[in-house]
Design a binder for this molecule. Structure first.
Ligand SMILES: Cc1cc2nc3c(=O)[nH]c(=O)nc-3n(C[C@H](O)[C@H](O)[C@H](O)COP(=O)(O)OP(=O)(O)OC[C@H]3O[C@@H](n4cnc5c(N)ncnc54)[C@H](O)[C@@H]3O)c2cc1C
Length: 450
């Protein structure tokens, strides 16, 4: 990655799955990049308090894997070397839906990796730490963004350091990757600017997750399983995947008041009444490791920063601060990695300009909005199919659902369509690829046969 410096110091709030890839992009264009992280960061792939979601299944989609590989060359080898489990996409995941039990399993030509979220983060963190101009300051809680006297820019961050003292650090650019965006919103309120409009889909999801040791004789025809139910019948789902150190992680997903239990017996009983017995049969005699943990996720939230007329110079909200996706679709980390790749490209394009940071945030928001569009649309349509989901339903929701169902049937028959569909779902290709006129004709013909 070529470089031309455009600023003295960039600050990143949060050493999570958005902050760390952003650090890589910034490192080429700022003399110093400082990350403020409130947690103690483990030296291994263990859990920490600032990311409670990390105890649950975290899938890294192909698009995220590719973006992280661009930012950190050799990333896949690092994952594999650390024990992540490679699996052939389309072949090693048993996908069970009411229409297909299972969906045809076939080799679509590429590997993904299954591992714990702390392992992905550890690998990315280790790579970020190797950059010579990066400092990660642990036990540092960002308190507020400091605006310039005219309120037109962010000039510094005020934070509490590990000794409990308040410090202020100046910055040319601040990336907020805290996962929530509260620093950005507090700043906008303080300088009298509007917050971005939000699109919200109330999905009311409850996760319960347990970990098991993989037995000596695991099933031979799959490495991972995804089981889903019809939305009208509750929309329960379950995912089971291998992880480093010979473990399975199993997440049971309930919606709209349906809460998978947080105790071991209840967890097994819930698994037993899933639509198919695959997961229950695999885990009922497997050795459990640790406790069952739960997580509640009320709503997906997309923030339209691109619609704001003005935005303070030197500030960039990032990752979940821009869009918090329903975790069931496994998109958040991958979109954050793609945003980091976008950030690098925009910095590169502007590096030779006299004032590269002028209008930078609006330029980033415009492209980030396009980047978020495919994953958001892919998730919104099935989520809104649930009768109890809250949110504005597109007028043609029924048509879109019928198109999706027919596309799935065509994908089951035709390996090329299967591959294309998974490339889109993995964020390797835009959703517009599914609107190719020939493909649309074939999907319509399939729908007509139903
Ligand atoms: C249950 C669940 C399951 C999920 N499953 C998947 C999945 O399968 N695949 C996927 O891609 N995504 C998944 N996600 C989404 C994924 O976790 C997020 O998209 C991703 O972590 C976003 O990264 P982030 O850096 O924006 O936030 P986070 O990873 O949450 O990181 C925020 C960081 O900021 C730090 N921080 C916060 N406030 C401050 C402060 N004031 N000062 C200093 N530091 C601060 C935190 O300690 C943390 O380290 C899931 C989410 C949930 C809730």
């Amino acid at each position: 990655m070529a470089s031309t410096l455009i600023g003295r110091q960039a600050l990143v709030v949060g050493a999570g799955m958005a902050g760390l890839p952003a650090v890589r992009a910034l490192a080429d264009y700022f003399e110093q990049v400082v990350v403020l992280e409130r947690d103690t960061l483990p030296l291994d792939a263990s859990h920490r308090t600032g990311t409670p979601q990390a105890r649950h299944t975290h899938a890294l989609l192909g698009g995220g894997q590719r973006a992280l590989g661009e930012l950190f060359p050799g990333f896949e080898e690092d994952l594999a070397g650390a024990g992540a489990v490679p699996f052939r996409v389309g072949l090693d995941l048993r996908f069970e839906t009411p229409e297909f039990d299972p969906f045809p399993q076939r080799d679509l030509g590429w590997d993904a990796y299954a591992m714990s979220r702390p392992l992905i983060e550890l690998i990315v963190r280790q790579r970020a730490r190797q950059l010579p101009n990066i400092t990660i300051r642990e036990h540092c809680r960002a308190l507020e963004l400091v605006p310039s006297s005219d309120g037109a820019a962010v000039s510094a961050i005020c934070f509490e350091n590990g000794e409990g003292r308040t410090e202020t650090l100046a910055a040319d650019l601040v990336v907020e990757a805290s996962g929530r965006g509260y620093l950005t919103f507090a700043l906008l309120d303080a300088i009298g600017r509007p917050r971005p409009e939000e699109t919200i889909i109330g999905v009311d999801i409850t996760y319960a997750t347990a970990v098991f040791r993989i037995p000596d004789d695991p099933p031979a025809d799959w490495k991972a399983v995804l089981t889903v139910d019809r939305p009208a019948e509750g929309g329960a789902a379950a995912i089971m995947a291998p992880m480093e150190r010979n473990r399975w992680i199993v997440t049971l997903v309930g919606r709209h008041g349906e809460k998978p239990p947080g105790d071991r017996d209840g967890f097994l009983a819930y698994a037993q009444q899933l639509r198919t017995p695959t997961i229950y049969n695999a885990i009922r005699r497997a050795e459990p490791i640790g406790e069952v943990v739960r997580y509640g996720f009320p709503a997906s939230v997309r923030r339209h920063f691109d619609r704001l007329e003005k935005f303070p110079r030197g500030l960039l909200p990032f990752g979940d601060t821009i869009c918090r996706f329903n975790p069931v679709h496994g998109q958040g980390m991958s979109v954050a990695a793609q945003e980091a790749y976008l950030l690098h490209r925009l910095l590169q394009e502007r590096a030779a300009e006299t004032d590269p940071l002028a209008g930078f945030a609006p330029a980033f928001f415009a492209e980030a909005e396009a980047l978020v569009e495919t994953p958001w649309a892919l998730a919104a349509v099935p989520d809104l199919a649930h009768p109890k989901a809250q949110g504005e339903r597109p007028e043609d929701l029924e048509q879109r659902l019928a198109f999706g169902a027919a596309l799935n049937r065509l994908a089951a028959e035709d390996p090329d369509v299967h591959k294309l569909l998974l490339e889109v779902l993995h964020l390797l290709k835009p959703q517009s690829c599914l609107r190719d006129p020939d493909l649309v004709e074939r999907v319509k013909a399939t729908a007509g046969q139903a």
